[in-house]
Write a protein that binds this ligand. Structure first.
Ligand code: AMP
Length: 111
């Protein structure tokens, strides 16, 4: 079942340029910026611009091409922009897993 997307979440405001961020990359469908409270030397967040609450919701509401584009973009950001060799990709799906911002995001972490 598709989830309710609350437009007052902080990442929605970042996409809409209502609040600032340290931008890494933006295109028509994706937005990438530095985490405000980094848990590693490099801590980026990649988000789709679509209104999707979490990973489950992203998979449910997206086409296979959109899912593929998102993960290809994660690779592009990690390798071509951030120049990372070894890194982690992480997402918290749901409050019980530690998700606090309810706009799907992928953490890209490297030390
Ligand atoms: P999660 O626990 O997976 O929902 O992660 C949310 C992440 O968003 C945390 O790592 C926060 O530090 C980060 N965060 C919250 N507000 C901002 C903001 N305004 N700019 C950048 N990162 C943020």
């Amino acid at each position: 079942m598709s989830k309710f997307y609350d437009k007052s979440n902080v990442f929605c405001k970042i996409i809409n340029k209502q609040i600032p961020c340290k931008l890494i990359y933006e295109d028509h469908a994706h937005f990438c910026f530095y985490d405000i409270n980094p848990k590693a030397k490099v801590h980026a967040l990649l988000i789709p611009k679509a209104e999707v609450v979490d990973f489950d919701d992203f998979i449910e509401k997206s086409t296979k091409e959109q899912v593929c584009d998102f993960f290809t973009k994660a690779h592009f950001v990690a390798k071509d922009i951030l120049k990372l060799k070894d890194y982690q990709l992480h997402t918290n799906n749901g409050a019980g897993a530690g998700q606090v911002v309810f706009h799907f995001h992928l953490h890209i972490l490297a030390n």
